[in-house]
Design a protein around this ligand. Structure first.
Ligand code: PLP
Length: 478
């Protein structure tokens, strides 16, 4: 493929994406294909001869798109959002156009420095304390990880190394292999699956402490767990606070957990993967009260901001904690800079290689402006409030707990069985996509305002569809 063909292919693909987005409202959110559909329709071997790009786009439309779950459909209300926007798509395209691997400053100075700049911008926009930013006078700073899962694991591994170093400094006769199996991590039973997985991957026992009736891990519970473990000779090492749980979007009180962690010298990581984006609106910042006690914070720009996966913004109070944990030298990787103001980012993450992810964050923050981004968050929350109001007005349904951010959990008063049946029937119809959750042991349907394209009319459509299905289900039961 030469440059001329690339221009044609690229322009045709851009047109196709714009058409897809413009017409997404007309397609069912869930695909109508059976498992194996694509395996059966594509050749078993890669082509021997070069093919025409027009054939590839034709197959993309005919074979790939029919097998897509449309995450950006205005009626996609499952999980939590994955962000995107035209600005982000172009940012990704520019990144692919350059295709650099920015593991050190020298490997591509702009790749590192734009990440420093955008992480400062985003940190300030969210009201993250200054000591976590590169522009502060201390060793804090931000890094773009691939996912919140990676950020949780990076925090865990850094906390492990830090604790081992600390204990061996206090008592040099200690053996690192004796210390490591005694280290314990803590979070609540409401944590995301990726948090539990970080314990598995990082070989650290992870205790899922019982959250209170509102889904929040309380300071007292954590303190008691530390004491129980210490009494058994174990060593508290790492705590993950859930700021916007996946199930019900509950907020752990950082102002309670923080002092407990600081007093015990235990690393506190804040998983604000979804809800953290709301902190760009000052009216929600009370929910991160106490964040200054933490050691690391993660917010997925690729969730609730219009930035495409992957772009998980992680800040640490002390970048040297990461460098000391992950610095492995080779002669060919000779670093030019190793301080935290202009980091060699390979020491801040799991892989060696890294993409130029800051470009899409940069294009989004400039095209939207802080005002546009705040409007996006506020619009989505007000759509969720509107949906909750519609549900509450129907006496067959209950909204529980209160709508939080873009999430509304609801159920039929008739019980778990009928609520589950309603969700199954709705999923079968493919027009609206939601998933289940639980609240106080009750089965709930989670409705999240996800797509940046969702408008009030779409909420009306989704609610009417849910109501119609409930009519059928309830009349069947009579
Ligand atoms: N933490 C929370 C609270 C989440 O809701 C999710 C995903 O929804 C994650 C972590 C995992 O995010 P990622 O897919 O970026 O690893």
């Amino acid at each position: 493929m030469d440059a001329q063909q690339f221009r044609e292919f690229g322009k045709a693909a851009i047109d196709m994406i714009a058409d897809y987005v413009e017409n997404i409202r007309d397609i069912d959110v869930l695909p109508s294909v059976e498992p194996g559909y694509l395996l059966d329709s594509l050749p078993e071997d890669a082509p021997e001869q070069p093919e025409d790009w027009k054939d590839i786009l034709k197959d993309f439309n005919q074979a790939v798109v029919p097998g897509i779950t449309h995450w950006h459909s205005p009626r996609f209300h499952a999980f939590y959002p994955t962000g995107t926007s035209y600005a982000s798509i172009v940012g990704n395209l520019l990144s692919d156009g350059l295709s650099v691997i920015g593991f050190s400053w020298l490997a591509s100075p702009a790749c590192t420095e734009l990440e420093v700049v955008t992480m400062n911008w985003l940190g300030k926009l969210l009201g993250i304390p200054e000591e976590f930013l590169h522009c502060s006078s201390g060793p804090g700073g931000g890094v773009i990880q691939g996912s919140a899962s990676e950020a949780t694991l990076v925090g865990l591994l850094a906390a492990k190394e830090k604790t081992v170093r600390k204990l061996m400094k206090i008592d040099p006769s200690l053996d690192e292999d004796e210390i490591k199996p005694k280290l314990v991590a803590y979070t609540s039973d409401q944590c995301n699956s990726s948090v539990e997985k970080a314990g598995l991957l990082g070989s650290m026992k992870m205790r899922l402490l019982k959250a209170d009736a509102d889904g929040r891990l309380r300071g007292e519970t954590l303190k008691n767990a530390f004491e129980e473990d210490k009494a058994q000779g174990l060593i508290p090492c790492y705590v993950i606070a859930n700021v916007g749980t996946t199930g019900t979007c509950a907020f752990d009180p950082l102002y309670e957990l923080g002092p407990v962690c600081n007093e015990a010298d235990v690393w506190l990581h804040v998983d604000a993967a979804y809800a953290g984006a709301a902190f760009m609106c000052p009216e929600y910042r009370h929910l991160m009260k106490g964040i200054e006690y933490s050691d690391s914070i993660d917010v997925n720009a690729h969730k609730w901001m219009p930035v495409s996966f992957d772009c998980s913004a992680m800040w640490v109070k002390d970048g040297y904690d990461l460098v000391k944990a992950f610095d492995v030298q080779r002669i060919y990787l000779d670093d030019v800079k190793t301080e935290t103001k202009i980091p060699d980012y390979r020491h801040w993450q799991i892989p060696l290689g890294r993409r130029f992810r800051a470009l899409k964050l940069w294009t989004v923050m400039r095209i939207y402006g802080a005002e546009g981004l705040r409007k996006h968050i506020r619009d989505q929350i007000s759509l969720a409030q509107y949906f909750a109001k519609l549900v509450r007005a129907d006496e067959r349904f209950l909204v529980e707990p209160e709508q939080s951010m873009g999430l509304v959990c609801f159920r039929l008063k008739g019980g778990d069985k009928i609520t589950k049946q309603l969700l199954e029937n709705l999923t079968e119809k493919k027009k609206v996509f939601m998933v289940a959750g639980t609240y106080r042991e009750r089965y709930m349907i989670r409705f999240v305002v996800c797509s940046r394209l969702t408008k009030k009319e779409d909420i009306d459509f989704s609610w009417k569809h849910i109501k119609d299905e409930a009519d059928i289900l309830c009349s069947d039961k009579i």
